[in-house]
Design a protein around this ligand. Sequence first.
Ligand SMILES: C=C(O[C@@H]1C=C(C(=O)O)C=C[C@H]1O)C(=O)O
Length: 307
Amino acid sequence: MSTMQNFMNTEDPLSLDRIRTVLVRLEDTILFSLIERSQFAHNPKCYTKDGIPALKEHGFNGSWLEWFLKETETFQAKARRFTSPDETPFNSDLPPPIIPSLQYPKILHPNTVNVNPSIMSYYVHHCVPRITQNATLAVAAANRARGIKGEAEYDDDGNYGSAATADLEILQAMSRRVHYGKFVAESKFRAHPKEFIPHIRKPNRDALEALIVKPEVERALLARIRKKAILYFQELDMQGEPVGGATGNPKSEIHSSRPKFRVDVDAVVQLYEMFLIPLTKEVEVDYLLQRLEGLSEQEIQALEGNS
Ligand SMILES: C=C(O[C@@H]1C=C(C(=O)O)C=C[C@H]1O)C(=O)O
C-alpha cells in the first residue's frame, strides 16, 4: 500500500484504528528487513567515520552508512518522498523535488519533531551487533579455519553495499514507525483537546504521557511481535522442517530441542519494548507540546470549547 493511500484515499485519516493498522504493517517491514541484514556480518568499519578511507578521498566526511543514507535520501528527495507528512529524513540539506509535491490534506499541526539521530545511534550501537551475531560468528569461524586469528577481519565479510542497503530499509521503517506517533497524538488530541491543552500551555510531559499511554495496546503489540519473530525468524531446511528443532522425524539427524532462529527473538522484542515504543511516546509528547504554537487565544479557546 503506497503512502498516498494512507492519507488521500481514506475517509478518516486520523482514525486511531486505521493508524494502528499502519503500525502493525510496519512490524512486518521491520522484521523482514532485520532478516535481510542478519545475513551479513557486523562489518563495524561501515559505522565509523574513518572506517572506509575512500569516502574522504571522495569528499565525504562521515561513515559508510551515513554516506549511503545521504546519497539515497538525496535521490528520494528529488523524487518528492519527503513531501509526505509521514516521511522524516535523516539528512537536513536535501534538494527540492523535481516534480510538483502532492497536495496532502493538512492533518498534522506544523512541527519540528525529528528523532532520527536517536534512531541512528541506537541502531548502530545496540541493534546491528545483536542482529548480525550469527553471521559474524560464522565469519570468525571461517577466518580461524584459514589461520586468521584475533582482531584481524574478525567480523567483516566485505558485504558493505548489501548490508547498508538493508540498514537503510530498517532505519527508514523505524523512522516511519516512530514518527507515526505524530498522527496518533493528533488523533488523541482532537478527541479530547480540553484534557491536553492545560498540560501544553503549562508544559507537563508526565501529564501528557499519562494521557497518551495505552498499556493494553502495548501488551498486545509485544505479544504479537514475539509470535511474528518466532514465526518469521525460525530457520527451515530445504524440506521446510525447522533446523535445530525437534522434528519428530526419527530419520532427522537433528534432534536437539532448541530451534534455530536467523535473528534473536528476544532482541527484536526488546527493540520494541526498550526503544521503539518509548521513542514513539516521546514523539507523541514532543508533538503535543508544539500543538498550540501559532494559534491565537481565540483559536485555543475554540478548541477547548469543542471538547
Ligand atoms: C501508538 C500509540 O500510543 C502509545 C504508543 C504505543 C506504541 O508505540 O506502540 C502503543 C500504545 C500507546 O502507549 C497508540 O495508542 O496506538
